[in-house]
Design a protein around this ligand. Structure first.
Ligand SMILES: NC(=O)c1ccc[n+]([C@@H]2O[C@H](COP(=O)([O-])OP(=O)(O)OC[C@H]3O[C@@H](n4cnc5c(N)ncnc54)[C@H](OP(=O)(O)O)[C@@H]3O)[C@@H](O)[C@H]2O)c1
Length: 280
């Protein structure tokens, strides 16, 4: 498994499995199968409503807890819940997570960041993450935080390769984790002629080229899937590499356009959207 050392010395596998919009039964099956295949990084969130299933998958996989890099995110409606870190650990069935993110710069996200700093000091998370906070949010965070974060999770794919953020994070050694690496399954990204040509050359699928590009750019990638064949294909990106010519061709796909542009209205809606948790 490819790995990267975070700015606090913690090691993070650069390929993981994502679980956004994956139901608890699919998360239980998919994450368990992924761990058996060799995945060692799992990404979930309060909002996804599948933390219990992810925790069960970890237990049932038989893989020791200390070999798994488990990441979750605190959702805005929980930013003022003083017990949210313990509740999250309870749902996951673990005594610590490896990475705990502020999910959105909505509502009182600064209070959430401080709560995560406290959890970090107490050993309840081994690393601190922020999500959807590129640009001015990151500057604002640095104006008050006591401990700088290790990871930033953002939308990233060849249509939006996070050019500015790459420069912004360089000096602090903040690692980028990419969401929507397959454009959430967008056929126009998956079927880009440049991607098809490169896939043919390497004898791999278009999805594998898009995911391998992430690793070759130095990003960490967490493709979401409930399909065990896709989960296996996505793991097999560790078996090949793109060359300089491939990378140049993929760079030409940059449209400087996200699927999910951040707006004040969206952030306001997030601050009021209550997660639906699974029953114990
Ligand atoms: N921080 C945030 O705000 C945020 C936002 C969005 C997502 N995320 C995280 O990032 C992860 C990745 O994003 P995402 O899951 O939304 O989108 P994604 O990984 O870009 O795409 C997932 C879609 O691609 C399909 N897929 C997966 N592997 C495939 C393959 N090998 N061939 C063809 N299709 C394939 C999946 O369908 P099947 O199930 O049929 O395979 C699913 O429909 C999430 O799961 C979540 O953990 C974070």
């Amino acid at each position: 498994m490819d790995k990267v050392t975070l700015n606090n010395g913690v090691i993070m596998p650069t390929l993981g499995i994502g679980t956004f919009l994956i139901s608890p039964p699919d998360a239980l099956n998919g994450v368990k199968e992924a761990l058996k295949m060799g995945y060692r990084h799992v990404d979930t969130a309060n909002l996804y409503g599948n933390e219990r299933a992810v925790g069960r998958a970890i237990k049932e996989s038989g893989v020791p807890r200390n070999e798994i890099f488990l990441a979750t995110k605190i959702w805005p409606t929980e930013y003022h819940n003083p017990n949210i870190v313990n509740e999250t650990l309870e749902r996951l069935g673990v005594s610590y997570v490896d990475l705990l993110y502020v999910h959105q710069p909505a509502g009182d996200w600064k209070a959430c960041y401080k709560m995560i700093e406290k959890a970090y000091k107490e050993g309840k998370t081994r690393a601190i993450g922020i999500s959807n906070m590129e640009g001015h949010w990151l500057d604002e965070l640095y104006s008050f935080c006591e401990i700088k974060p290790q990871v930033i999770q953002v939308e990233c794919h060849p249509y939006f390769p996070q050019k500015e953020l790459r420069k912004q994070v360089e000096k602090d050694g903040l690692r980028i984790v990419s969401w929507f690496p397959l454009g959430h399954g967008d056929p126009s990204l998956l079927n880009e002629p440049v991607i098809s040509e490169i896939a043919k050359k390497h004898g791999v699928s278009n999805a594998q080229v898009l995911l391998r590009w992430q690793l070759d750019m130095g990003f960490t990638v967490i493709p979401g899937s409930k399909n065990v064949n896709h989960i296996k294909d996505n793991f097999d990106i560790l078996k090949f590499k793109l060359d300089e010519d491939d990378m140049k061709k993929i760079a030409s796909l940059d449209k400087n356009k996200k699927y999910n542009e951040q707006t004040d209205a969206k952030l306001d809606a997030y601050a009021h959207r209550v997660p639906v948790y699974e029953k114990p």
